[in-house]
Design a protein around this ligand. Structure first.
Ligand SMILES: Nc1ncnc2c1ncn2[C@@H]1O[C@H](COP(=O)(O)OP(=O)(O)O)[C@@H](O)[C@H]1O
Ligand SMILES: [Mg+2]
Length: 379
């Protein structure tokens, strides 16, 4: 799957952009604040229907404009597909100043879900370095997004789980009558356990798969110097259980065990919404001991694994977005990464402030663009 061309109109700092893209490696060079990240965000927005940078679609509209239009032509299984995305501020009263987003695939209006089913992308952005050092919620978000992209059922269960959790927390917070409270909890518990156990099991299996792939990538990037290992930490299971009925049972036991404590603290204390995972390099927890370059390499190995997993599941490689990945990688690591992208022919968009990171062989095999104040040229 690859972009053949992209057109952006009044999107971020681009007034009018129209470029043809390479099916393999595209390099965007530019100084700070010229639009490199904006462009990657825009390409990804076309295939995802929403931005990985902001929840507010209207932020993507060029300042002092009322609408933005993004268009991409994508080749998938030798078929050319056109995706058009319109973001339009509606000032009429009827719309209550809302932003209207319209997605069209080959001229037909479609839901975002259709887009997400058809097109896959993997993004590396400097903010993702937070995955390792930041709060557990960031790691859960990372896991949930990765898994949802390959297993749509997971996304459904995840939303249901959070809905049930909301009901349950509401009861814990608001029901004053103690007897009623316990009765109501007992109604929601089986549903929480059922969805929750599925989430835990899927995450454990997913981590196992990622471990297998990430290990290989990480060995190669680091020239066999570093072993990577991820472990899932469930607050319910004692061991990494892979049997759904045992997970169900442990979940149920734990809820009963913590009943009084939950009532006292007025919140659901246990479940996948409080789980976490850790990454170890040569047996040491990278969150505490990793250098900047090591962290970056770890996130890169995880992203490469995601790319590979999508290929295993879908039969085609996703589109790969690498924002500012080069700066803290040493030459060996950069070389491995670029070699891999070219070997596997994954369409990749890579931004950098410096073209020196790319050797002549890579430059020959890629399309290079220069970005300056929202204008793109090919030198
Ligand atoms: N909605 C917008 N309209 C116009 N300009 C924008 C908008 N959003 C961001 N920008 C501009 O884009 C610049 C940042 O571009 P970015 O792609 O993040 O830079 P970089 O090339 O460093 O990755 C900011 O300096 C800002 O001026
Ligand atoms: Mg940037």
């Amino acid at each position: 799957m690859y972009f053949k061309k992209v057109r952006l109109k009044n999107y971020r700092n681009f007034s009018n952009l129209s470029i043809d893209l390479d099916s393999n490696l595209n390099i965007f060079i530019g100084n700070n604040a010229q639009g490199k990240t904006n462009l990657l965000e825009g390409l990804n927005l076309i295939i995802k229907g929403s931005s990985y940078r902001t929840k507010e679609d209207r932020e993507a509209i060029k300042w002092n404009n009322e609408s933005a239009y993004l268009f991409g032509e994508i080749n998938k299984d030798d078929e050319n597909i056109q995706i058009a995305l319109a973001l339009e501020k509606k000032s009429e009263d009827f719309y209550k100043n809302k932003l209207i987003k319209t997605i069209k695939i080959n001229q037909n209006i479609q839901k975002k879900a259709v887009l997400n089913k058809e097109f896959k992308g993997v993004v590396f952005s400097p903010e993702h370095l937070q995955i390792i050092k930041g709060a557990p919620s960031l790691r859960r978000k990372f896991l949930d997004e990765q898994i949802s992209q390959v297993y749509p059922l997971y996304y459904k269960y995840l939303s249901e789980y959070y809905r049930i959790l909301g009901h349950r927390n509401n009861i814990l917070k608001k029901e004053i009558n103690q007897k009623k409270k316990k009765e109501k909890l007992l109604i929601w518990d089986p549903r929480l356990i059922e969805r929750g156990s599925f989430l835990i099991l899927t995450r454990i299996k997913f981590i196992k798969k990622i471990n297998r792939l990430a290990y290989k990538f990480h060995q190669k990037i680091t020239k066999e110097k570093e072993n990577i290992k991820l472990t899932y930490q469930s607050n319910i299971l004692k061991d990494q259980e892979e049997n759904i009925s045992s997970i169900n049972k442990e979940f149920k036991d734990k809820l009963e065990e913590h009943r009084e404590k939950e009532i006292e603290q007025r919140a659901t204390l246990l479940g996948p919404h409080r789980d976490d995972f850790s990454v170890y390099i040569n047996g040491f927890n990278i969150a505490s001991y990793g250098s900047q370059g090591q962290l970056r390499t770890v996130v890169l190995s995880l992203k490469l694994s995601e790319v590979e997993l999508i290929k295993e599941k879908e039969g085609v490689y996703p589109i790969f977005f690498l924002d500012d990945v080069m700066s803290e990688l040493d030459e060996d690591r950069r070389h491995f990464l670029l070699g891999l992208i070219i070997d596997k022919k994954v369409q990749t968009f890579i931004t950098s402030i410096n073209l020196d990171y790319f050797n002549s062989n890579i430059k020959e095999k890629s399309r290079i663009f220069k970005i300056e104040e929202g204008k793109v040229t090919s030198p």
